[in-house]
Design a protein around this ligand. Structure first.
Ligand SMILES: Cc1ncc(COP(=O)(O)O)c(C=O)c1O
Length: 371
């Protein structure tokens, strides 16, 4: 038998995650260095200097295993979030936590539900286990924000075999969000054999007044798991630190499945220091808010339909297959993200950069779209 036939059927059907094109790859292809990457929703300001310093200090301990329990980072997070350390599960990025949830609660006999256009890791982790994925159609724009999660449609797919529902709030790549009332009502209606994962990877960026903090509901909903990350507003995507907050019984289960040393020493130290640098976080949020407003406006002025976003990225409709525009932008030295793999073949997603990077992108886009 060939290895392909030996793999479980879920794995055979998997399409690998397509990351944004790395800068180094485009440098090799183009032979020049002035490249702007706005493809992976990273923080254009970089990490907090305090986080960098902490990571550097940690390098002399690289011969040691990390604290497998992440005691200090969990204590710092617990203090900041107003929860107990026992409610936290650390991950190698929040992707790791999402996979741990899937491995803890799903099996080939059970089902997970998520929305059309939802974050790409959900199908991956569900299929890899051989569980069934039920995909709810997104809003068509009549009852809710076009492309956004339709919670009624998601609820309709929940049945006796459903064990996990993934909700991204806000969602990537659409940037759409669910309000406090909408999400609370949905969670209240879920049966108690379903774990609700509310993925808040972009939580820190969201400024909408009716955007909820799902941590507020942990006491009310014992099956709620909230995931967050240091990859976005905290600017530490390269170190891979994320976490889940849930009730202690769920955290205990997740921590049984977790690899014991899944967060490395520089990452633990940098994340702890980043939490303390509230100035860097506030600055990152401010720069993003300005850039998001500017990009959204500028794209709309160019008659490109923008999906209103509350994250650090915005997706827009070119009204035709995007490959030629994406390729032409690469030749201009700008990396954005085609999102055909999400079922949006006419959309490009651009991450909010610094003011200079946003200008560079808009100038390149104008050149590329010139009639
Ligand atoms: C909605 C959403 N959730 C989770 C993640 C995972 O990020 P990380 O694994 O870096 O924490 C991302 C990354 O793009 C995301 O967009």
């Amino acid at each position: 038998m060939q290895p392909f036939e030996l793999a479980i059927s879920g794995v055979r059907g998997l399409t690998p995650y397509q990351p944004g094109k790395p800068i180094s790859e485009l440098e090799r292809e183009l032979g020049f260095r002035n490249i702007v990457k706005l493809a992976s929703n990273e923080n254009p300001l970089g990490p907090s200097p305090r986080a960098l310093e902490a990571a550097r200090r940690a390098l002399s301990s690289l011969h040691l295993y990390p604290d497998g329990n992440g005691f200090e980072l969990k204590a710092a997070l617990a203090g900041k979030l107003g929860v107990d350390s026992g409610q936290i599960t650390l991950g190698n990025g929040s992707n790791d936590v999402l996979e741990i949830v899937a491995r803890t609660f799903l099996s080939p006999a059970t089902k997970a539900v998520y929305s059309e256009y939802a974050f790409a890791i959900y199908p991956l982790v569900v299929q890899a286990i051989g569980a069934t994925a039920a995909v709810a159609p997104a809003h068509d724009g009549v009852r809710g924000p076009r492309y956004g999660h339709d919670l009624d449609a998601i609820a309709e797919l929940v049945d006796e075999t459903t064990r996990v529902v993934f909700i991204a709030n806000p969602n990537n790549p659409t940037g759409t969000y669910l309000t406090r009332t909408e999400l609370h009502g949905f969670l209240a209606g879920l049966p108690n054999h379903v774990i609700a994962v509310v993925d808040e990877a972009y939580f820190e960026y969201v400024e909408a007044a009716d955007y909820p903090n799902a941590l507020d509901w942990l006491a009310e909903f014992p099956n709620l798991v909230v995931t967050r990350t240091f990859s976005k507003a905290y600017g530490l995507a390269g170190l891979r630190v994320g976490y889940a907050v849930s009730n202690e019984r769920i955290a205990d289960l997740l921590n049984r499945v977790r690899q014991p040393f899944n967060v490395n020493i520089p990452a633990l130290e940098a994340a702890k220091a980043a939490l303390d640098d509230t100035d860097h976080l506030a600055h990152s949020i401010r720069v993003n808010a300005e850039g998001l407003a500017r990009l959204s406006r500028a794209l709309a002025e160019r008659k490109l339909a923008v999906i209103p976003s509350v994250g650090n990225f915005v997706s827009f409709d070119l009204g035709r297959p995007v490959a030629p525009v994406y390729e032409a932008l690469l030749r201009e030295g700008v990396i954005v993200r085609p999102i055909a793999n999400y079922g949006l073949p006419h959309h490009l997603r651009v991450t909010v950069g610094t003011s200079e990077e946003n200008s560079f992108f808009l100038t390149a886009l104008d050149r590329v779209l010139e009639p």
